[in-house]
Design a protein around this ligand. Structure first.
Ligand code: NAP
Length: 246
């Protein structure tokens, strides 16, 4: 069975991607930073719904040593690694005059350096993969990489960097490894619940041509497509219900 590592997968979009990859026949390594009980529940949920083996490993992907150890432990758990999804990220709404350089750098560190470090550590294992149609990396960016966002300059900058990282790694690791990106629009998860009330959500829904807010499963389906799309690399797939068309 192919093996997939999905960072930041105790909750939200990462959890849905883990569930999707398991349903598609991958053994899955979940990852979380602080939410151990939620991650344990995610393991139980995915194992109950699929025939896959699932483990959860704690690691802060913003810590290069921990991120590298995460990959090593994933390989130890299943004997190899075929697919990586760099999904873990953080965000908070802050007015730029109130945003310290350290807080700015912390978001860049988790969201970009974390993806870089995990992919770097995974590279030799992906190069050994016999997966069909080849090993893959899927990075998770955001619509805000292209549209920007008031009060989220650090987050939007980090997601634009993820798009650049994707294209660079797609060129560098070709032809053996395909590297792609999904750019979700507004998706209902803890991340958006933390900053948006019911009225915010109603207003956002009106901006979305398909007429509903995104769900984690919408992004998971796109990630699975990119995992299996043998002639697609360096691409960023917008999953935003038509809110941003490019
Ligand atoms: P979420 O609900 O906040 O979940 C974040 C996940 O990442 C959790 O499992 C969390 O685990 C983990 N995580 C956070 N910091 C970590 C770290 N330093 N190391 C390892 N794991 C860490 O987020 P989400 O809404 O599902 O977002 C998932 C991805 O989609 C992110 O890349 C986000 O930027 C992107 N995205 C989301 C939206 C949206 O509207 N929700 C839109 C565009 C893009 P712990 O609880 O243990 O920290």
């Amino acid at each position: 069975m192919p093996v997939a590592l999905v960072t930041g997968s105790s909750r939200g979009i990462g959890r849905a991607i883990a569930r999707q990859y398991a349903a598609d026949g991958c053994d899955v390594v979940l990852n979380y930073n602080t939410s151990e009980r939620t991650a344990e529940a995610a393991v139980d949920e995915v194992e109950a719904a699929t025939d896959s083996e699932v483990v959860a490993i704690q690691a802060n992907v913003g810590d290069p040593v921990a991120a590298t150890d995460l990959v090593d432990e994933a390989v130890d758990a299943f004997g190899g690694l075929d697919h990586v999804v760099n999904n873990a990220a953080i965000n908070e709404h802050v007015y730029t005059p109130d945003l310290s350089p350290d807080a700015f750098a912390n978001v860049l560190n988790v969201n970009v350096t974390g993806a870089f470090t995990v992919t770097k550590a995974a590279l030799p294992h992906l190069q050994d993969s016999a997966a069909t149609p080849g090993p893959s990396v899927v990075n998770v960016a955001s619509r805000l990489a292209f549209d920007g966002a008031a009060y989220e300059c650090h987050y939007a900058a980090s997601k634009a960097a993820v798009v650049g990282l994707t294209r660079s790694h797609a060129r560098e690791f070709a032809p053996e490894i395909r590297v792609n990106c999904v750019a979700p629009g507004y998706v209902e998860t803890d991340m958006t619940d933390a900053t948006n009330d019911a009225e915010d959500k109603r207003e956002r829904r009106e901006l979305i041509p398909v007429g509903r807010l995104g769900q984690p499963e919408d992004v998971a389906e796109a990630a699975a497509y990119l995992r299996d799309a043998g002639y697609v690399t360096g691409e960023t797939l917008q999953v935003n219900g038509g809110q941003l068309m490019r």
